[in-house]
Ligand binder design. Structure first.
Ligand code: FE
Ligand code: FE
Length: 400
């Protein structure tokens, strides 16, 4: 009797997080065989921009899991017509491997929603549920343990919990990185194929796009909430540019791109800095969350071919700096007051910005510094310098 693991996923694309998890499960469960099962895309769900076909995804899986001798890639779910359910897959596998012990590999979120799956009892009767969990989340671990106990009682499910050094990366992040020309957390052979075919927009020429295309491209990298924010920022920036005599097109472009790398995590931010030679201070290295303005500016230049004016406006949109250009001030403030922003004092700030740009700028800087101080958070030296600079400036203009 062989021990057979089943590891399903959309694998769009498969990345090293999947590979490490797979290797760990083979070792821990002492599997003789591991079936990698790329899922068919439900008809109502469209795949991310630039995704390869099902057949090509299979090839990516073969390349990615090639270093695990027990792994085999199966096209069983991709071949099936209509909606795909785990229970159907297991029925087929049971027939193929009547004598073997099956292990259905899943994440913690899947175990927690297991009762809502189609025919959970039948699944539990056919396979042991092998749940991967990260070791550092105590509260979740408790929840998972309780759920496992409940399921064992209710449907005699056999459940093994496996601590797994999961790499904290999702296929969504990998696609974002690929579209930005950054290292993609992929097995080298899979990455080579993806880049040679230009999948996930990895090879697309995104330089000097017309605004509508730039907007579409930018929005595809964000979740819904941030989409509303970047559109709000872009429209506000354009209106401010018209009001104060800056170039409205450049303002709209800088606005739509200003948070282009915001969705990336700390590790990816640091990767981008390394790739594009951004030199970091100790403070910045320790707080990679603050880096999206710098990485965003580099991506705007390198990937989107934007002008220096636009890139500099993105570069300074979180901190500000002394002697800002008109466009830099506009993006800093548009980010601050766009219609989705809602915090105490935003109305007064909006009014100041439309009355006199520098007055608004100082109020914005002052508000940021005060909030950060109150919260005991680190204040970037650039923000402090900007605050000092514009304080003097407003004092001087008051005296005139
Ligand atoms: Fe930002
Ligand atoms: Fe923003």
């Amino acid at each position: 009797m062989a021990r057979v693991g089943i590891y399903g996923g959309s694998y769009n694309p498969p990345h090293i997080g999947h590979c490490l998890a797979a290797a760990e499960m083979v070792r821990h469960l002492e599997l003789d065989r591991l079936i990698i099962m790329p899922a068919a895309t439900p008809p109502h769900k469209s795949l991310a921009a630039g995704s390869p076909t099902a057949e090509e995804r299979l090839e990516l899986c073969r390349l990615s899991f090639a270093s695990i001798p027990q792994a085999r890639v199966s096209d069983l779910e991709l071949r099936r017509q209509g909606p795909s359910y785990t229970v159907d897959t297991l029925r087929e596998l049971r027939e193929l491997y009547p004598e073997d012990e099956l292990f259905l590999i899943m994440g913690t979120d899947m175990l927690l929603s297991f009762d809502q799956w189609r025919c959970p009892e039948e699944i539990a009767a056919m396979a042991t549920l092998a749940v991967m969990h990260r070791e550092d989340d105590e509260a979740l671990w408790e929840q998972v343990r309780a759920k496992a106990e409940a399921l064992s009682k209710a449907m005699k499910a056999k459940i093994v919990l496996v601590q797994n050094r999961c790499v904290e990366i999702s296929s969504t992040t990998v696609r974002r990185l690929l579209a930005m020309g950054a290292p993609g957390y992929l097995e080298p052979s899979a990455e080579k194929l993806i880049r040679s075919k230009g999948w996930y927009l990895s090879g697309a020429d995104l330089k000097n796009l017309p605004f509508d295309e730039l907007k579409e491209r930018s929005l595809s990298l964000h979740d819904e909430k941030r989409r509303a924010h970047v559109v709000g920022c872009s429209e506000t920036a354009q209106a401010l540019a018209e009001h104060y005599g800056a170039d409205p097109d450049l303002a709209a472009r800088a606005g739509i791109l200003h948070d282009i790398t915001k969705a990336l995590g700390p590790t990816e931010q640091l990767h981008l800095c390394e790739k594009y030679g951004i030199v970091l201070t100790e403070l910045q290295r320790a707080n990679p969350k603050l880096l999206h303005a710098k990485t965003g500016a580099v991506i705007a230049r390198e990937i989107f071919g934007e002008s220096d004016e636009v890139c500099e406006a993105i570069r300074w949109h979180t901190t500000g700096k002394p002697q800002m250009t008109l466009l830099e001030k506009i993006i800093y403030l548009a980010d601050y007051i766009e219609p989705n922003r809602d915090f105490p004092g935003v109305e007064a700030l909006r009014q100041a910005v439309w009355e006199e740009l520098d007055k608004g700028l100082y109020q914005g800087l002052d508000l940021s510094v005060r909030i950060l101080r109150k919260q005991g958070r680190i204040i970037d030296p650039d923000s402090l310098q900007a605050w000092e600079y514009y304080k003097k400036y407003t004092e001087r203009s008051n005296q005139l």
